[in-house]
Design a protein around this ligand. Sequence first.
Ligand SMILES: Nc1ncnc2c1ncn2[C@@H]1O[C@H](COP(=O)(O)OP(=O)(O)OP(=O)(O)O)[C@@H](O)[C@H]1O
Ligand SMILES: [Mg+2]
Length: 328
Amino acid sequence: MADSQGTPEEAPASPEQKAQMEQAYAQMRRKMRMTQLDEEIKHKVMVLSGKGGVGKSTVSVGLALSLARQGKKVGLMDIDITGPNVPKMLGIEDAELHVEDGQIFPAIGPHGLKVISMAFLIEDPDKPVIWRGPIKLGAIQQFIGDVAWGELDALIIDFPPGTSDEPLTVSQSLPGIDGVVIVTTPQDVALLDSRKSINFAKTISLPCLGVVENMSGYTLHGKAEPNSQISVMGPTGTAIESTTDENGDWSVTLDVFKSGGGEAAAVELEVPFLGALPFDPGIVRGGDDGVHRIIAEPDGATAAAFDAVVDNVLVELEESSGPTVRIS
Ligand SMILES: Nc1ncnc2c1ncn2[C@@H]1O[C@H](COP(=O)(O)OP(=O)(O)OP(=O)(O)O)[C@@H](O)[C@H]1O
Ligand SMILES: [Mg+2]
């Protein structure tokens, strides 16, 4: 068909074509935003571990809070889409995400920490979400491309255990990731687990910023006669001796899960050791109450240990802030 001027008339787009065009447009916008993220977010750090339950989420939240309380602008992305627990740890699980113009605005936690988690999108937290491969991939990309983070000094990304699809997808979608922080526990197997994570970081061409040993010694405190000897039975059945100070205070650190595995792993694998975080029952309570230890006891030993790890991470970030190798 031709109109009165002889030019061919275009058939109107079908609903399917329109939907396809809209999808392509949304994808293009997402890609553009992802590229922009490199400029808007100064440092991006992935937190990984070889196995589950070693404290990745606890460490991710702790690092983010420690940075935020220094006055830095910090974002925390909980990529654990099947068992997201970061919002609960921060007491913001009931927050509602604000969506405007196709962009998702993160929830705000303590110290202005910006948080995004699949937990905010799941209607029934008791129902497991089963994600098929491509849908999971799409959800992660949407998580990265559609969130309005704004300018950030640092974005901390928490992952499910292991070296599965999620870190790979994130490393391929998010430009300019600075590197990987590996969380491990003090046992001998730490070496094995950390090696797996370090090799994974190498495979995806990201620097390993270092290893954090979590659930390190548990410190007991007590009072006795000033300037006297005390003896405490250690976990291996041998007595640990200590002396009280002039006020009668004493403290003894018990290596509940052995000690030093994280540092030994870092030395052997030739990556930086970022520090040890104490075993602290307050962390477990905080995880349940939604008040992280750093918030509950900002001047406590655990908060100080997190600050020390953050100082070391910042040193590594400065050193690795040259161009990073990325996989295409
Ligand atoms: N330093 C610590 N002292 C005492 N308890 C801790 C410490 N770190 C973590 N925990 C506790 O250990 C449990 C597991 O921690 P967390 O959820 O952070 O691990 P994870 O590695 O993220 O687990 P997953 O692999 O399931 O994602 C939680 O109950 C948490 O409160
Ligand atoms: Mg976790």
